[in-house]
Design a protein. Structure first.
Length: 345
């Protein structure tokens, strides 16, 4: 990579917009932390740059997420003053050495490298000034038990039977803690799943909130809920709820195993993980996800509880009672400040 031009008061950060709400929110959180002027560049549907882009004279830092990495490399190639690239999420089939900093989300399976930072949580709801998750007085909240319902995904199954098991557990959790039960769907929840929820609500009492633009009490419940139950498909929902400080229960979903995930698992069992990691770092091989490993680590560290069969009433009254670190944003800031364009100021 060419030498980056140092940051000044006129320097700009550009965010490459993938039109995915969770991705742009995390990029904005990073940009706000840096306190520099920011532009948002909307990518085309194939994640390529738009035909017209603003003058790049003051561009010093590009924030890209996921599939935007190729556009970030093209944009840097068009600049006279070489900007740095900070990539959030896996840079699929791009050599790690081509990027200045790679911030890997906790559900991603990506190897260690000198310019790679692994997070404990996605950056949803993270604050530079917050080092620990707040400790909450449960008597100060009266929002009840809240289920955040996601969707089937490339990684997980979620069918009507899973939905019934989720709501049966959530109902028991609410009853033990003498709270009302609320169920919120997400922007990704399919219409078919909304029908399942409607059917099940005839036998399990709950208040349902179907996601619609402009009608979504998610932020309200983040401030009021006594506890959450989150489906295992969404890293963002898990991060948002954990950062409230109230108890969070994770409902595991059945994983999907593609040919590539089976192949990678077989290679690792044969002791070839180091070779696989080397190929990923060189951009010759893509990497996958490791939701289960992340969820297990969070449970072990007392950030969440996993929904398992036959939990006792006493277990359902679980309250996190120890300080739990939440310093991902500080780590991101420290790593970005070590980039040559900031050191040279």
């Amino acid at each position: 990579m060419a030498k980056a031009t140092p940051v000044s008061d006129t320097s700009e950060v550009w965010i490459l917009d993938t039109h995915r709400v969770g991705e742009i929110a995390q990029c904005k959180a990073l940009a706000d932390m840096l306190g520099l002027p920011c532009r948002i560049i909307s990518l085309q549907s194939d994640f390529s740059l738009p035909e017209q882009i603003p003058d790049t004279q003051n561009l010093r830092l590009i924030l890209s997420f996921g599939n935007a990495v190729q556009a970030a490399l093209v944009l840097r190639g068009r600049c006279k003053n070489t900007p740095a690239i900070v990539q959030l999420g896996r840079p699929s089939h791009v050599p790690a050495a081509d990027l200045d900093l790679i911030i890997i989300l906790p559900q991603d399976d990506y190897p260690v490298a000198p310019n790679v930072l692994h997070l404990r949580f996605p950056l949803n709801g993270a604050h530079k000034s917050q080092t620990f998750i707040p400790q909450i007085d449960p008597n100060m909240r009266h929002g009840g038990t809240v289920v955040l319902y996601g969707a089937p995904s490339r990684q997980f199954f979620l069918d009507k039977q899973d939905t019934y098991k989720l709501l049966r557990f959530s109902h028991e959790l609410a009853q033990v803690n003498q709270e009302p039960l609320h169920v919120l769907t997400s922007p990704r929840t399919p219409v078919e799943a909304e029908g399942w929820l409607e059917d099940i609500s005839k036998t399990i009492p709950m208040q349902m909130y179907i996601f619609r633009k402009g009608v979504n009490p998610f932020q309200k419940f983040l401030h009021e809920a006594n506890r959450f139950v989150v489906t295992g498909d969404s890293a963002s929902m898990l991060a948002d709820t954990c950062r409230t400080g109230v108890p969070v229960w994770l409902f595991p979903l059945r994983p999907k195993h593609s040919f590539m995930t089976r192949l990678q698992a077989s290679a690792d069992r044969l002791g070839l993980q180091n070779i696989r990691n080397g190929l990923v770092r060189r951009g010759w091989l893509g990497s996958g996800t490791c939701f289960g490993k992340w969820h297990a680590a969070l449970a072990k560290q007392n950030y969440i509880r996993l929904v398992t069969p036959e939990l006792s009433s006493q277990m359902l009254k679980w309250q996190p009672n120890a300080l739990r670190r939440d310093d991902d944003m500080q780590k991101c800031y420290a790593s970005i400040m070590k980039l040559p364009l900031f050191i040279a100021r």
